[in-house]
Write a protein that binds this ligand. Structure first.
Ligand code: THU
Length: 161
């Protein structure tokens, strides 16, 4: 028997002022996108904005439904849009922000499990890491260099070969 250690490092910034101009811009865009979320049930609006390697940007926001499980997270709405609008173009970075009507919005949130799985498959499919820039309306910012880091030992199509 052997022990295997799995660890990774993320960047933690005290505020948006410490980000590069480009990252700060993308995060501010994600904050704006929260306003077009459809979240009448959770009152938790999530906004995501991607920068693609061709310089284009693509937005996504959460889209809920009265039948709750039908709802989609901002990250998967974004990746579906990116794949449809710019097929084959890798995603460089995605900024994700949120506005919580019922509480504070002052710390980063990380993608849910289903979105992590979706992000990993997008990275693998287009052979390009996706940087995540995570922050609320204020407060600390996390930068994750590669979305796949959030889902170690993930299941993939290779496992079915
Ligand atoms: N949500 C996202 O859109 N992205 C996340 O990373 C976490 C959760 C959405 C799903 C649901 O509409 C609401 O936030 C509350 O869970």
């Amino acid at each position: 028997m052997e022990h295997k250690k799995i660890n990774f490092e993320i960047e933690v910034y005290e505020s948006i002022d410490q980000l590069t101009k480009e990252d700060a811009w993308l995060l501010n865009e994600a904050k704006n996108v929260t306003q077009i979320a459809y979240a009448p049930y959770s009152h938790f609006q999530v906004g995501a904005m991607a920068l693609l390697t061709n310089g284009k940007t693509v937005a996504g926001s959460n889209q809920e439904n009265a039948s709750y499980p039908v709802g989609l997270c901002a990250e998967r709405v974004l990746l579906s849009a990116a794949s449809s609008l710019y097929p084959g173009v890798p995603v460089e970075s995605i900024a994700i922000s949120y506005h919580n009507d019922n509480g504070k919005s002052d710390r980063p949130i990380t993608p849910c499990g289903i979105c992590r799985q979706t992000l990993v498959e997008y990275e693998t499919r287009l052979q390009h890491p996706i940087r995540l820039i995570l922050g609320g309306m204020e407060g600390k910012i996390f930068i994750i260099p590669k979305a796949g880091m959030l889902l170690p030992l993930s299941f993939s199509g290779d496992d079915m070969k």
